[in-house]
Design a protein around this ligand. Structure first.
Ligand SMILES: [Zn+2]
Length: 287
């Protein structure tokens, strides 16, 4: 009896969590949802930076050197990730692209700010997150086959929670009469497509470039002519232009985040989606 007890205790203590790296905080949250106590996940980008801005820290190389698996979005959003893996001398590190098999929205042209020919902000549609969870599940099972059953159970629990939330949020949006919005940068087409919002224009087409006076004039006229009442701003970007547009037109600025953790209470993806939909719906509902 005594021997069995010792054996049991030794076994549970023998498996420390595996080191997992994600490029974005939203991938970190999804990897933690599937991995739970079996993983320790680090995100290279924090929620306060734009998803297009990566500032390498010396500790990132060490993080990658210790990792068992790395999750990225792909679609040219994280062009810096392969050089980073090279610098960390980890050609063997499994790099899992979670956008595989997602039906992408084409943007028309690539730019040098992480917008390739396909729009990379796939995670703002919960249906795409189901596909992403599938890739994360496979990646964790390959890195740590001993906990396969736990990973499978966590993934299916998460997908159920995702489906319930989507249903609830769709009902909320379905009641809205006005669904017209202007967005800060083209982060929201998957979100708009899934929930039925009508993006009339974007303030920025590229991160890091300010719109010209002419473009501002065009936006102001469009907002007035089309009766657009809501301008979506993002906490990761400069707030000046959205507030100028609001002053000139009487529209309301509504801060929504494409990334988890930038707005208080949105550390988890499910909370982020709820926050984004509820905040936007409340602004559009106002008489
Ligand atoms: Zn973007």
């Amino acid at each position: 009896m005594f021997c069995l007890t010792v054996l049991f205790v030794t076994n549970t203590q023998a498996a420390p969590p595996i080191a997992v790296v994600a490029t974005l905080p939203v991938l970190k949250d999804l990897a933690e949802a599937v991995g739970k106590e079996h993983v320790r996940v680090s995100s290279l980008i924090s929620g306060l930076e734009s998803e297009h801005t990566y500032t390498p820290k010396p500790s990132d190389l060490i993080t990658i050197q210790k990792a068992k698996v790395l999750f990225q979005i792909g679609l040219d959003l994280e062009l810096w990730v392969r050089p980073l893996i090279q610098n960390a001398d980890r050609p063997d590190l499994p790099l899992i692209t979670t956008s595989r098999e997602v039906k992408v929205i084409e943007t028309g042209a690539a730019d040098d700010h992480g917008h390739g020919a396909a729009n990379p902000h796939i995670w703002l549609d919960p249906q795409n997150v189901k596909v992403m969870i599938g890739h994360i599940l496979k990646g964790l099972i390959a890195a740590d086959p001993d906990h396969r059953q736990d990973y499978e159970k966590n993934a299916s629990d998460y997908i159920r929670a995702l489906e319930n939330l989507e249903k609830e949020l769709k009902t909320k949006v379905g009641r809205l009469k006005d669904k017209k919005i202007i967005t800060h940068h083209p982060a929201w087409p998957y979100f708009a497509q899934r929930f039925g919002f009508d993006i009339r224009s974007n303030i920025l087409m590229q991160i890091g470039s300010a719109p010209s006076a002419k473009k501002l004039g065009v936006l102001i006229r469009q907002i007035k002519e089309e009766g657009i009442r809501v301008i979506v701003s993002e906490p990761q970007l400069n707030q000046k232009i959205p507030s100028i547009l609001a002053e000139e037109t009487g529209a309301t600025v509504v801060p929504l985040s494409p990334l988890t953790g930038a707005i208080s209470g949105t550390d988890h993806y499910l909370d982020l989606m709820r926050y984004n939909i509820e905040t936007l719906a409340a602004a559009l509902e106002k008489p």
